[in-house]
Design a protein around this ligand. Structure first.
Ligand code: NAD
Length: 279
């Protein structure tokens, strides 16, 4: 039963890590009461719902993982750390033979996929764990493949709003733009309008004030050359629960693949979506 699958979340004291840890408990899965954090440990124990999690610096990772493997056989790791930790963490999990869900963005992605592929360890790697957002992204890609040029001559306007700490353009917006390009729309990534000013986020994008520190609002508007037709696609995410829930689904999917001894080892969120509901 899925309730028997232990999930270790690194780092439960980070923003995404905490959201994932909460989703793990809410889904009725077993949250491993140990986690690894970056340098500058703030708290030795943190509480996620009823679970007391012992937090250890990454410098202790070997000892902690020995303990976790012994106490929680079949453990799956969910990693939400920092771009600078992606490759080292992945290679560490691989050395220990532990399947993992890599939600952390950045790092050397090519090296990441290669190290997993070469190892025979199972992993889901996805910079966007929001299942429904990934499904929308895939649908746009399918539309572009099926009907190239269908929107030729249309004018596109893309606006994306995220918490002001996000410095780069949204990778999801860039992926959608690539599909619009195939549909015949001429548009460059640098034309994507990034909204990072809180005042503008409220007045222009309609972001609720309590979500200024964690949201992803995207609008894609298309207008026909004669101005007589318009299309608008929008996906507005508040908070982090969509990614946390997607991560739980990815972990359940991975547990099934391990159990089935599947030949394919590296997966993304489209594979998880194709796997159907796991709960
Ligand atoms: P955060 O700064 O709140 O948390 C990161 C935590 O990682 C910190 O507590 C830090 O101490 C810890 N850390 C650093 N190095 C570590 C190491 N070697 N081992 C263990 N812990 C380590 O950041 P966040 O907002 O939680 O975001 C984390 C990552 O998740 C980012 O890369 C972000 O882009 C990504 N993210 C992905 C998705 C998705 O859908 N895949 C969604 C949201 C965020």
């Amino acid at each position: 039963a899925s309730a028997d699958i232990p999930i270790m979340v690194n780092d439960c004291s980070g923003k995404m890590g905490r959201a994932v840890a909460e989703a793990v408990v809410e889904a009725g899965l077993q949250l491993v009461p140990f986690c690894l954090t970056g340098p500058g440990l703030q708290q030795n124990v943190i509480h996620v719902k009823d679970v007391h999690i012992h937090v250890h610096e990454a410098s202790e990772k070997e000892v902690i993982l020995d303990k976790v493997i012994e106490m929680y056989p079949g453990v799956i790791i969910a990693d939400y750390t920092l771009p600078s930790a992606v490759n080292d963490n992945a290679e560490f999990y691989i050395r220990r033979g532990i399947p993992f869900v890599m939600g952390t963005t950045g790092g050397d992605r090519e090296r990441l996929v290669k190290s997993v592929s070469d190892s025979g360890v199972y992993a889901v790697i996805a910079p966007q764990m929001g299942k429904q957002v990934v499904a929308f992204q895939a649908a746009m890609e399918i539309m572009a493949e099926e009907f190239p040029g269908a929107f030729a001559g249309y004018k596109l306007k893309v606006t994306e709003s995220h918490q002001s700490s996000k410095v780069d353009t949204s990778g999801t917006a860039r992926a959608i733009v690539a599909s619009f390009n195939k549909l015949g729309v001429s548009f460059e990534d640098k034309e994507i309008e990034m909204v990072r000013n809180p005042q503008e986020q409220i007045s222009k994008m309609g972001v609720p004030e309590e979500h200024l520190k964690g949201h992803a609002f995207h609008t894609y508007s298309l207008t026909s050359p004669d101005g007589m037709v318009s299309f608008k696609f929008e996906h507005n995410v508040c908070g982090r629960s969509i990614y946390a829930q997607g991560t739980v689904d990815a972990a359940l999917f991975l547990a099934r693949k391990v159990q089935e001894k599947a030949t394919k080892k590296v997966y993304n969120m489209i594979d998880v979506l194709r796997g159907g509901s796991m709960r």
